[in-house]
Design a protein around this ligand. Structure first.
Ligand SMILES: Nc1ncnc2c1ncn2[C@@H]1O[C@H](COP(=O)(O)OP(=O)(O)OP(=O)(O)O)[C@@H](O)[C@H]1O
Ligand SMILES: [Mg+2]
Length: 263
C-alpha cells in the first residue's frame, strides 16, 4: 500500500506545488514507485511532468472521476512522465469538480480515496497537490493522506491561513480519524534562521514566533528562497534536473528524509 502525502494550505502561492513536485521527483529518482495526483486548476504539476497539456481532454484528467457520475476511473487517467514517475493530470476547469462534488449528498470527501485504493498497491508513494483553498477538492486530498504538509511563507497572513488550514484538518479529524501534519517554512533566507546574521530582525523574530506558535508540528527543515527553484520551474525542470548540487536540492532532500521517508 502506498503512503500518501498531501500538500495543502488555504493560502495561494506558499509553494505547495513546488515542494510537492520537487520532493516527488527526488523520491522517484531513488527508484521508488511514485504517483502524483494534481488537484489544482493551475496544473503546475501536470505541466511540469507531462509538458504540453493541450492534447488532454477533460476526460483524460482527474476531473473525469471527481463527478457525481464518474466517467472513468483513476487507472484510465494515469500518464507516465519522462521524469520517472506517474501522474494524474488536472484540468483548468477544476471549478467544475468542486460543483460536482458539492452536489454529492453522501461521501463527497471520499471520492479520491476510493479511487486511490484501486491503484495504491502499484506505488510506494502518492503525492497529492491541492488548491490554495479549503473546498471539496482539499477535503478529498486530506482524507486519503497519511501525512499532510503545509508549506507557508514567513509572514502573518500566511500564518493565519496556515492556522485556518490546521483547524480545517482538525475538524475533519472527528470523522476521518487523526492525521499527521507538519508546517514547512518555505522561501526563507537562511540568514534569518537562529544563529544567522539577520536572526534579530523582524523576519528572524517571526521565525521564532512560528516555532512557539506551531511547536512540534513545525518541520525543522526550512526551504530556502532560491532563484534555482524558480528558474528550474520556468524551464519545465525540477530542481534535481536543473541544479542537483544546489543548496535548495540538498534541503529538499533533507525534507524528504524527514517528512516523506519518515512517515
Ligand atoms: N523555495 C522557493 N524559492 C523560490 N521561489 C519559490 C520557492 N517555492 C516556490 N517558489 C515560487 O513561488 C511561486 C508560487 O509557488 P507555487 O506555485 O509552488 O505555490 P502554490 O502554493 O502551489 O500556489 P497556488 O496556491 O497558486 O497553487 C512560484 O513562482 C514558485 O516558482
Ligand atoms: Mg499550486
Amino acid at each position: 500500500m502506498a503512503k500518501v502525502i498531501a500538500f495543502t494550505n488555504n493560502k495561494g502561492g506558499t509553494g505547495k506545488s513546488t515542494i510537492c513536485c520537487s520532493t516527488a521527483h527526488l523520491v522517484a529518482c531513488r527508484g521508488v514507485r511514485v504517483l502524483v495526483i494534481d488537484m489544482t486548476s493551475q496544473t503546475t504539476a501536470s505541466s511540469l511532468f507531462l509538458g504540453n497539456l493541450e492534447a488532454l481532454d477533460e476526460n483524460d484528467t482527474v476531473l473525469t472521476f471527481l463527478k457525481k457520475r464518474p466517467e472513468r476511473n483513476i487507472e484510465d487517467v494515469i500518464f507516465e512522465s519522462q521524469k520517472g514517475l506517474d501522474i494524474v493530470p488536472s484540468h483548468v476547469s477544476m471549478a467544475e469538480a468542486v460543483t460536482q462534488l458539492a452536489s454529492i449528498q453522501m461521501g463527497k470527501e471520499m471520492v479520491l480515496k476510493k479511487q486511490i485504493e484501486r491503484v495504491s498497491e502499484h506505488y510506494d508513494y502518492i503525492f497529492i497537490d491541492s488548491p490554495g483553498d479549503l473546498n471539496e477538492l482539499t477535503a478529498n486530498a486530506l482524507v486519503p493522506a497519511d501525512k499532510v504538509l503545509l508549506p507557508t511563507r514567513l509572514n502573518r497572513t500566511d500564518f493565519q491561513c496556515t492556522e485556518t488550514t490546521i483547524r480545517f484538518i482538525q475538524e475533519a479529524e472527528s470523522y476521518i480519524g487523526p492525521r499527521k501534519f507538519r508546517v514547512v517554512v518555505n522561501m526563507l533566507d537562511d540568514r534569518y534562521l537562529p544563529g544567522g546574521i539577520w536572526a534579530a530582525s523582524h523576519t528572524g523574530q517571526l521565525y521564532q514566533h512560528a516555532r512557539e506558535m506551531f511547536g512540534d508540528i513545525l518541520c525543522p527543515v526550512t526551504v530556502p528562497d532560491s532563484a534555482d527553484i524558480r528558474t528550474a520551474f520556468d524551464r519545465g525542470l525540477t530542481i534535481l534536473e536543473h541544479k542537483p548540487e544546489s543548496e535548495a536540492t540538498r534541503r529538499l532532500e533533507e525534507l524528504v528524509q524527514l517528512e516523506v521517508f519518515g512517515v
